[in-house]
Design a binder for this molecule. Structure first.
Ligand SMILES: [Zn+2]
Length: 355
């Protein structure tokens, strides 16, 4: 089955683009236009670890070059009064939400998101009109700009204390999405902004992009990405099944289109983690962790996240993800042991092992 799925995915991909046309077996919907070639985003839109100013400038350029098809918004302000940026593309009924860089020192989802916005928003083809009439994609781009500037996991809040904080430094934003906490009691402005946006839009799919340390696959290759769906016992069975479908579609896209070595992330049950929280609220919710590989693999990692973002958008548009067997998620191998530290390695973007 896996070989068949890979063949279907690969047959739809050209050498110059990662946005595959929907599988022809798809269904009641009218056939989609073929995916265009030559619309892969330029790689120089932002550096791999962009500053908030570089993110803002790149998004403004894409909004301009897309003639308004990429729309920019601000859904909150950080403690250092930076905007929590939202970029949106599409006007369709299926709503998607991606979040990047909740942990300030885990940057690579952010350049991937900026490329995905370019690819979906700037070229104008029948395929784009087809896609953007079916989905509305919202991306919280660099959700933790204060942490990005400080190159730290947490937001910036010297008053922070208690569980899931670095006391005197800041809050771990990705432990403060708890849907059981009244939003006005939530002390983390970035998480409040994302929760309020979720409540306003009720996205069908939420994908949250992080980075992890370096690990080995069960077969001995190095892990390049890990992923997980909601594991909180508070998440409903239906939302978990939908989340596992989205996990499998991302596993296939990252493995067969991007060439990633993917494992299952050993995540916790806590309901304040975005992966759990948005599953509890009813979205199909998936966490993706890009491994912190050496610098010569940074472009590969950005392309892995970019591939994931476009594959999720495409399969949300044609509905094909709903036909994925959620049980296939059980075949994603558990994350293996950490690699021993390499004394010749470049300094890491964040402490090994943290996700
Ligand atoms: Zn993280």
């Amino acid at each position: 089955m896996r070989a068949k799925i890979a063949a279907t995915l690969l047959a739809a991909v050209t050498a110059t683009t990662l946005i595959a046309a929907p599988a022809t077996a798809s269904a009641p919907a009218p056939p989609a236009p073929a995916a265009p070639s030559g619309v892969a985003a330029p790689s120089g839109l932002v550096p791999a670890q962009p500053s908030p100013e570089e993110v803002g400038a790149a998004l403004r350029r894409i909004a301009r070059d897309s003639h308004g098809r990429v729309r920019l918004g601000v859904i909150g302000r950080t403690n250092d009064d930076r905007p929590v940026r939202l970029a949106s593309v599409g006007n369709g009924p299926v709503r998607l939400l991606y979040v990047t860089q909740q942990h300030g020192d885990e940057p690579l989802g952010t350049p991937a998101a900026i490329r995905a916005l370019w690819t979906l928003g700037v070229p104008r083809t029948p395929w784009h009109r087809w896609l953007l009439g079916r989905i509305t994609l919202d991306i919280v781009v660099q959700a933790n700009p204060d942490g990005a500037v400080l190159d730290q996991r947490w937001n910036n809040d010297p008053t922070a204390s208690g569980p899931y904080t670095n006391p005197g430094v800041g809050y771990d934003i990705n432990r403060f999405h708890n849907p059981l906490t009244p939003i006005e009691d939530n002390p983390v402005p970035e998480a409040r902004a994302i929760l309020r946006h979720w409540q306003a839009t009720r996205p069908a799919i939420v994908v949250d992009y992080h980075m992890q340390g370096r690990y080995v696959q069960p077969d001995g290759r190095e892990t390049t990405a890990s992923m997980l769906w909601p594991t909180s016992p508070l998440a409903g069975a239906d939302a978990v099944a939908r989340s596992r479908r989205v996990a499998v579609l991302n596993y296939d896209a990252m493995t067969y289109l991007a060439g990633a070595n993917v494992s299952r992330y050993p995540g916790e049950l806590y309901e304040g983690i975005a992966r759990n929280a948005y599953g509890i609220l009813g979205s199909a919710s998936v966490l993706i962790e890009l491994s912190n590989l050496p610098a010569d693999r940074t472009e590969f990692q950005i392309r892995t996240a970019y591939t994931s973002m476009l594959a999720t958008a495409r399969t949300a548009a044609d509905g094909s993800w709903k036909r994925i067997d959620p049980a296939r998620a059980d075949a994603i191998p558990p994350r293996g042991p950490a690699l021993p530290p390499d004394p010749a390695a470049q300094p890491e973007m964040h402490p090994a092992g943290v996700g």
